[in-house]
Design a binder for this molecule. Structure first.
Ligand SMILES: Nc1ncnc2c1ncn2[C@@H]1O[C@H](COP(=O)(O)OP(=O)(O)OP(=O)(O)O)[C@@H](O)[C@H]1O
Ligand SMILES: [Mg+2]
Length: 392
């Protein structure tokens, strides 16, 4: 379970360390940094899939993701006594991402290549992974470090000594792609599997061409695709190997008197059928309203028979009528019993219903001098965190 998330120098997140519970609700005004936080989590998940450098390129390159303000915001700048201005850079510019739980922590630090160090290459603008570390326990200490990567050198701790796994790690691949040895470094394998299981759901499409509306060839689907294309198969899978009672409750909770069936067409395609009071025939995927379709998508995502360690939901309220939001909140609270859930939302009714749960960790973001901060988070409220590469 993740207990702490830390981000440094990523867009408006100059230095953010936040506590993580089983159910986390992130709110804040427009431009307060919610999507930046979401993107930072996604980048972290990309490290385990070998895609962190590509994802950064898609965001416009590492340079554009660096915090655009000064290295330090002084007290006098904060109080408006002097203008916000940058001085000469004292530290190397690094984008840092990390998280920790009770058992392990992980961090990665990325930077631009050192000029002059590169041989002939057309990829001189590619960011480099400068440092990575896995440690035991919630907070990094040099003595708790288990895997340490410094540039091209990766070493792992075995008992009391360090063993160098490679001196030639490629600068664009993380330890999760290069040092996956279950005997020498079981922590890397465990952590890779955990991060790979994280799921991100962000704005399902519901237009007339949306993949979720079309009949689909179905195979057993314990995990809904992030665009919802396998909705019918995912719902059928819940009916066969998942929590059928929870599925029926969720449908009845959202649409009183309604029930769901998944007919298989002659050509083997699956369709979603919703039987509603007052109608002589059920309505199929193509006929459902945007909100109804999106609610069914959330049902399929949240009642997954194979819960991941973390599920991130970006503005799940989109297209849903406020009356449906308490039912959605109940589903999310239920899911948070088996998986950590992270919800970014603007919808007051959804937020209020989620905050009713004792487990809810509610974080409101605000921006001060361009920097995202957690409202009312004093220095003492911030979880402890140390970056392994702070000296460089
Ligand atoms: N490199 C950067 N350095 C500093 N700030 C940045 C950088 N890139 C983007 N920002 C700032 O981040 C803010 C955008 O944050 P974000 O998109 O996370 O907002 P949000 O909370 O999701 O808002 P909304 O509710 O409108 O979606 C903008 O104010 C933008 O100026
Ligand atoms: Mg946003």
């Amino acid at each position: 379970m993740i207990k702490t998330l830390a981000i440094g120098n990523y867009r408006s997140l100059l230095n953010l360390v936040i506590p993580f519970g089983s159910l986390n609700v992130i709110t804040g005004e427009n431009a307060s940094g919610k999507s930046n936080l979401y993107k930072a989590l996604r980048l972290l998940s990309e490290t385990a899939q070998g895609g962190v450098i590509n994802s950064l390129a898609r965001e416009g390159g590492l340079k554009s993701t660096f915090w655009a303000g000064p290295e330090n915001i002084t007290k006098r700048m904060r109080q408006g006594e002097v203008k916000v201005q940058g001085g000469p850079k004292k530290k190397a510019v690094r984008l840092r991402l990390g998280f920790s739980g009770d058992e392990f922590g992980y961090s990665i630090s990325l930077g631009l290549p050192t000029p002059g160090n590169l041989g002939p290459t057309a990829f001189a603008l590619d960011p480099e992974i400068k440092q990575e570390c896995i440690w035991a326990g919630n907070v990094y200490r040099p003595s708790s470090s288990l895997v340490d990567r410094s540039g091209p050198a990766i070493k792992v701790r075995t008992n009391r000594s360090w063993e160098v796994i490679t001196q030639h790690a490629s600068s664009f691949e993380s330890i999760f792609s290069q040092a996956v040895d279950p005997v020498k470094a079981p922590e890397i394998v465990t952590m890779k599997e955990e991060i790979k299981s994280w799921r991100f759901y962000d704005h399902f499409r519901s237009d007339s061409e949306a993949p979720a509306r079309l009949p689909q060839l179905g195979t057993r689907t314990p995990v809904l695709h992030h665009d919802g294309r396998d909705l019918a198969a995912a719902l059928q899978t819940i009916m066969e190997i998942g929590d059928v009672a929870a599925l029926e409750n969720a449908i009845a909770d959202g649409f009183p008197g309604a029930s769901l069936s998944i007919p298989v067409q002659e050509d083997g395609r699956f369709n979603v059928n919703l039987h509603q009071n007052g109608l002589l025939r059920p309505l199929s995927g193509a006929e459902l309203s945007d909100g109804t379709l999106r609610y069914l998508l959330w049902v399929a995502a949240l009642l997954t028979p194979r819960p991941p360690s973390l599920m991130v939901l970006n503005e799940p309220e989109t297209s849903l009528h406020p009356d449906l939001l308490p039912a959605l909140a109940r589903l999310i609270i239920q899911a948070a019993k088996n998986t950590q859930v992270w919800v970014i939302s603007h919808a007051t009714r959804l937020i209020a219903a989620l905050e009713d749960s004792n487990e809810c960790n509610s974080l409101q973001l605000e921006k001060s001098l361009g920097q995202t901060q957690v409202v009312d988070q004093g220095l003492l409220d911030q979880p402890s965190w140390h970056w392994p590469d702070k000296s460089k």
